[in-house]
Design a protein around this ligand. Structure first.
Ligand code: SF4
Length: 407
């Protein structure tokens, strides 16, 4: 029996792959074979052929960031004229628009802004929940939680408890990049959170009863072994807590970044996705990253292990800044899923099925372009910011001159 046949019968029997075996497959197995095996695992986990998606909105509450990851084209340093913080009213307006399109949650993430204390997040979450009690907040990736913990001098479990008390529903898996510190140092993101710190936030969140997602941004400086190490660390934590709902991989988007370089190809994406489906045997759901790969590769993902189209994504700012500006509204996502012979269903962040496509139930406007955080040139400063203590010199200045641009 060849090594490939041996591993095929292991996968067919529901057995687990070791890191070495997975690495061998990634380097050796034909792409069609990886797809066939990943599709087998997807069908075993989702025999009804359902492909889910969520209607939500990626809102980036601030682009001011002290972390300065060298792969990021989104952030602006403290004091930069293009830095912004969204006001509570602007966020409410975005929620109103999201609800109008059948949306059920905000994916709320932002830069590590030294001038937004824990109280700002608590007040925002409480205000959202007061106005929209059923609306969900999928908010603050692990490095943001670490940032708030450092600023507030509160331990991570205490920060999570405070945020949950204010209305946090779940934590997105952003900021994982590759969970290997050698890679994180090279990407200048070790300081925002080491691999252990990222995993520890997720561990605490799971212990606090929150469900979270896990991500991977590949295609920068990592080796194949380090990509596997990332997956193995996620698998181990999932064995321990069972708190991850889904895994999402996407390729590094190089445009306008300090790091530069080239983007990984579509085949590399599909091989990485299929490998993740084979390695992460304790994850129920794998998302297709059509927002970075485009609709066509996004659709092909459904034959390489993905069972979820992620978000209809009314707004997106981060990968757009790095050159990817793909847009698919609900009609387009549903068309791609059905054309692949699968059954589209709306879901919650917890992967509970909400129902059939909403546009088949009521009139919903077509959405052919993703919204942005703010209109270009809008440098207004939210009035409520004067209520929160700033730490940076620029932030302190701006608090005393509240009509000047966020600095
Ligand atoms: S990836 Fe996030 S933490 Fe890193 S610079 Fe960009 S906004 Fe800041």
């Amino acid at each position: 029996m060849s090594q490939l046949d041996l591993l095929q019968s292991r996968i067919e029997g529901g057995g687990r792959l070791s890191a070495d075996e997975a690495l061998w497959l990634y380097r050796t197995a034909p792409t069609w074979w990886l797809g066939r095996m990943a599709d087998l695992v997807r069908r075993r986990k989702h025999p009804d052929g359902i492909v889910t998606y969520i209607i939500d909105r990626n809102v980036n509450y601030t682009n001011v960031c002290v972390a300065r990851c060298n792969f990021c084209a989104f952030y602006r340093p403290v004091g930069h004229g293009e830095g912004y913080v969204l006001g509570f009213e602007e966020i409410f307006r975005k929620i109103d628009e999201t609800i109008g399109l059948g949306g059920v949650q905000l994916l709320l993430q932002g830069g590590h802004n030294p001038d937004l204390p824990l109280a700002w997040y608590e007040d925002l979450f409480r205000a959202v929940k007061q106005r929209y009690p059923a609306f969900k907040l999928h908010a603050l990736s692990p490095p943001e939680v670490v940032h708030i913990s450092r600023m507030s001098k509160l331990a991570v479990p205490d920060v999570i408890a405070r945020l949950v008390d204010a209305g946090l529903d779940s934590i997105p898996g952003g900021g994982a990049e590759i969970l290997v510190d050698r890679v994180r140092r090279l990407l200048n993101c070790y300081g925002k959170a080491s691999a252990d710190e990222w995993l520890d936030v997720m561990r605490h969140a799971h212990h606090a009863g929150l469900r979270t997602t896990a991500t991977m941004m590949y295609g920068t400086v990592e080796t194949d072994e380090e990509r596997l190490e990332h997956m193995m660390r996620l698998r181990a934590l999932q064995d321990e807590t069972g708190g991850f709902t889904a895994f999402i991989a996407w390729s590094y988007q190089p445009e306008h970044t300090e790091r530069g370089g080239r983007e990984a190809t579509g085949i590399e994406y599909l091989r990485t996705l299929a490998l993740a489906r084979l390695v992460l045997d304790n994850f129920d759901n794998l998302q297709a990253s059509w927002v970075t790969q485009g609709g066509k590769v996004g659709q092909l993902s459904l034959a390489f292990g993905a069972n979820d189209m992620g978000s209809v994504m009314i707004e997106e700012n981060v990968v757009r800044a790095a050159g990817a500006a793909y847009c698919m509204d609900e009609v387009e996502i549903v068309r791609n899923v059905e054309d692949a012979g699968l059954v589209p269903k709306r879901r919650t962040m917890h992967y509970e099925i909400l129902g059939d496509p909403i546009f088949r139930q009521r009139e919903v406007p077509r959405q052919l372009e993703l919204a942005t955080a703010r209109e270009a040139g809008d440098t207004s400063v939210p009035a409520e910011l004067v209520n929160y203590e700033a730490r940076s010199a620029a932030g302190k200045r701006q608090r005393t001159q509240p009509r000047s641009p966020v600095a």
